[in-house]
Design a binder for this molecule. Structure first.
Ligand code: GDP
Ligand code: MG
Length: 294
């Protein structure tokens, strides 16, 4: 019916538009104190994603004690504003009841900000997006099972945000222990009906399913964090120095930090954003507008 239409020109337009507007991406780290969350934030920024720190901002009131760090990254002319929100650890108190509240509150507040901008008659052309696209949950490396606290926390989080669980400080476990613990966590999550990212329901087609099945197999990633560089074979590597050698965080033979980083800021970035907007934000929005006091 038609001759050559040249639809692929649209791809160039999308590319150019993305280059002009840039990418905003927000991650959060959650888990008990002492599991290496703050270290992981530094690891992420010090690893091969960014070289020059741009700004440290404290957008969040001190009382909540959440802290966001933003770095502007530019690669081949594409700008990305990557924000990582570090949260105070919980678990220090004897009573950890409701320790998820400040975190859940923060996540919902970002949806609220977005909603308030979106329903204005005169909307901004681009609504600033502070919504959390991915929440990395740190599981303590006990090697046994998930604690009720971790289950309850993830159960609540997974209803409002993309949760990516990781086994923290994986260098304290042997490879066998990591593998066993991983299966155990998977089983526990399934038994409790906790659905983490990438959610099977959101696989778009068989190809997607195949790719995501491989990722689901690997989750929770066994990660190691470090913010110091060491000399290994004449090269500088990020790692933890021990009596027995250096655990290299960016070496996938040593830990699965590279997989976590690739998933978040490379292979699944747009998917995390899409699910945040189309599923998590959408249900927040529906709920709020049904309350209809806006
Ligand atoms: P946070 O309370 O979760 O933010 O934990 P921190 O990042 O402050 O780390 C607590 C301690 O654990 C520090 O002494 C870190 O050097 C150490 N640490 C962080 N990541 C790792 C890791 O992957 N493996 C090991 N063995 N120690 C780690
Ligand atoms: Mg910390």
């Amino acid at each position: 019916l038609f001759g050559y239409v040249g639809i692929e020109a649209v791809l160039d337009q999308i590319r150019i538009k993305t280059i002009k507007t840039g990418i905003e991406f927000n991650i959060m780290v959650v888990g008990q104190s002492g599991l290496g969350k703050s270290t992981m934030v530094n690891t992420l920024f010090k690893s091969k994603v960014s070289r020059k720190p741009l700004s440290y901002e404290d957008r969040i009131p001190k009382t909540v004690q959440l802290r966001s760090v933003t770095h502007a990254i530019e690669e081949k002319g594409v700008k990305m504003k990557l924000t990582v929100t570090d949260t105070p650890g919980f678990g220090d108190q004897i009573n950890n009841e409701n320790c998820w509240e400040p975190i859940i509150k923060y996540i919902n507040e970002q949806y609220e900000h977005y909603l308030r901008e979106e329903i204005l008659i005169n909307r901004k052309r681009r609504i600033p997006d502070t919504r959390i696209h991915g929440c990395v949950y740190f599981v303590p490396p006990t090697g046994h099972w998930l604690r009720p606290l971790d289950l309850e926390f993830m159960r609540r989080l997974s209803k409002i945000v993309n949760v990516v669980p990781v086994i923290a400080k994986a260098d304290t476990l042997t490879l066998e222990e990591r593998a066993e613990f991983k299966q155990r966590i998977k089983k526990d999550l399934k038994a409790h009906g906790i659905i983490v990212y990438p959610q099977e329901d959101f696989d778009e087609d068989p190809d997607d399913r195949l790719l995501n099945d491989k990722i689901r197999e690997k989750i929770p990633f066994a990660v190691v964090g470090a913010d110091k560089e060491h000399q290994v074979n004449g090269k500088k590597v990020l790692g933890r120095k021990t009596k027995w050698g250096i655990v290299e965080v960016e070496n996938s033979a040593h830990c699965e930090f590279p997989m976590l980083r690739d998933l978040l800021i490379r292979s699944h970035l747009q998917d995390l954003k899409d699910i945040t907007h189309n599923a998590h934000y959408e249900s927040y929005r529906t709920r709020r507008l049904n309350e209809s006091n806006m």
